[in-house]
Design a protein around this ligand. Structure first.
Ligand code: N2P
Length: 400
């Protein structure tokens, strides 16, 4: 009896803890977007497992993508977009996920998993972390003040028609510093395939159009638009749903009377998905799986949604999500709206290199009109070094 009792205690304590292979270090290196994890989540994982987490953050897709192309700095878990992750898994940069080690795997929404399995083929290399949309955050009073009561706030015309953009630049317009997403939106607006595999669509159509707009854009940035919008420094931001939702919340918390809104323009936009995956150079794969598993626990996924204001793929997390967020259709769009969103698909390395060139030319055009940029971090990631990485990746591919 006593032996059995002891055995029960041992079994119970083993099953509630995560046991790692002896040779693995007890350190986990994680790379994620800034401001993209719930309060206390890392500390909770550390407390539960005894693992030290080295948690680094980035502020734009190019930062993480270039780091992974360079070899990933030995990160064990990386958050990156589905389209990048899927393309680079095919190039061998990410390890397959061992589903046996993700105890909450069955809790992932099967419809959602199937909707991303055309890119991450059969869901082999990544686990979805959060998803959202790309739309327009705007300050209604300021925008109507500039464009009048007929301002086309339900349309990309609001900022993609040069005459509107020019007027709005008086109250401040921010575009994402995201080459693929912005060129894709412009192609969609020009009624071309937003996922075009035709290099000239980017080099000619998207580049020419964006160059016309660049002079009227006040700032290209992927991080500060949230604070810029909630503090009234700008009146329009092309941005991600959750960040705009945070700006709206922050403005309310500061008792500001700014009327901030988020709109998915009627010409359409895309749904993006951010994935958790394990770079090929990671040696702490048991711990990496344990961390990914931890993030897919309903309570933890809910903490992340509550902080990040993005939807997660764990339906059982919903009871733990703040009711105000659960009912917010900009965070959880209706099925009807979801059906209208397009997926941003992986580009070939040659298209990606073309996008990189296009983007450089667009930002050069912007700089001609803005010798002193609005954002002090502007161009931090747009260095010659980063050009070289994409050139090398393309050359490697061409060589075979
Ligand atoms: C961090 C969230 C960015 C999500 N601000 C974009 N995929």
């Amino acid at each position: 009896m006593r032996m059995l009792g002891l055995l029960a205690v041992i079994v119970a304590s083993i099953s509630s803890q995560i046991v790692f292979a002896q040779e693995e270090s007890k350190t986990l290196r994680v790379y994620n977007w800034s401001g993209y994890i719930g309060d206390g989540v890392i500390e909770e994982f550390e407390k539960e497992t005894g693992v030290d987490v080295i948690y680094d953050t980035y502020d734009s897709s190019s930062e993480v993508e270039e780091k992974i192309l360079r070899g990933g700095n030995k990160y064990d878990v990386v958050v990156s977009s589905l389209n990048f992750m899927a393309a680079q898994s095919k190039q061998g940069l990410f390890q397959p996920i061992d589903r046996q080690k993700i105890r909450n795997y069955d809790g992932l929404d099967p419809d959602f998993m199937s909707s991303i399995s055309t890119l991450d083929i059969e869901n082999t290399h990544g686990i979805p972390y959060m998803w959202g949309t790309l739309g327009i955050g705007y300050n209604e009073t300021m925008v109507r003040g500039v464009l009048g009561s007929k301002a086309p706030i339900d349309s990309w015309d609001l900022i993609f028609k040069p005459e509107n953009l020019k007027k709005l630049s008086a109250c401040g317009v921010s575009f994402l510093e995201e080459s693929t997403q912005m060129t894709s939106l412009v192609l969609n607006y020009l009624k071309k395939d937003p996922n075009s595999s035709n290099v000239s669509d980017y080099k000619k159509s998207a580049e020419n159009y964006l160059k016309k707009l660049a002079q009227h854009v006040n700032v290209f940035d992927s991080k500060e638009f949230l604070d810029n919008l909630s503090s009234g420094k700008i009146c329009v931001a092309v941005g991600w749903s959750g960040d705009i939702a945070k700006a709206i919340k922050d403005a309310k918390a500061e008792n500001s009377n700014l009327k901030l809104r988020y709109v998915l323009p009627k010409e359409g936009t895309f749904r993006w998905v951010d994935m958790l995956s394990i770079p090929v150079l990671s040696e702490n794969t048991d711990i990496a799986h344990a961390f990914i598993d931890f993030l897919t626990r309903p309570e933890i996924a809910a903490k992340n949604t509550n902080n990040n204001r993005y939807a997660n793929p764990v339906p059982k997390s919903l009871p733990f999500v703040e009711p105000l967020l659960r009912d917010d259709r900009s965070i959880f769009p209706t099925k009807d709206v979801q059906l209208k969103l397009f997926q941003n698909s992986p580009r070939s390395i040659l298209v990606r290199r073309a996008i990189k060139d296009v983007w450089k030319n667009v930002l050069d055009e912007y700089q001609k009109f803005h010798p002193v940029p609005f954002n002090p971090n502007f161009l931090k990631h747009n260095t010659q070094d980063s050009e070289k990485i994409w050139d090398e990746a393309a050359d490697n591919l061409l060589q075979g």
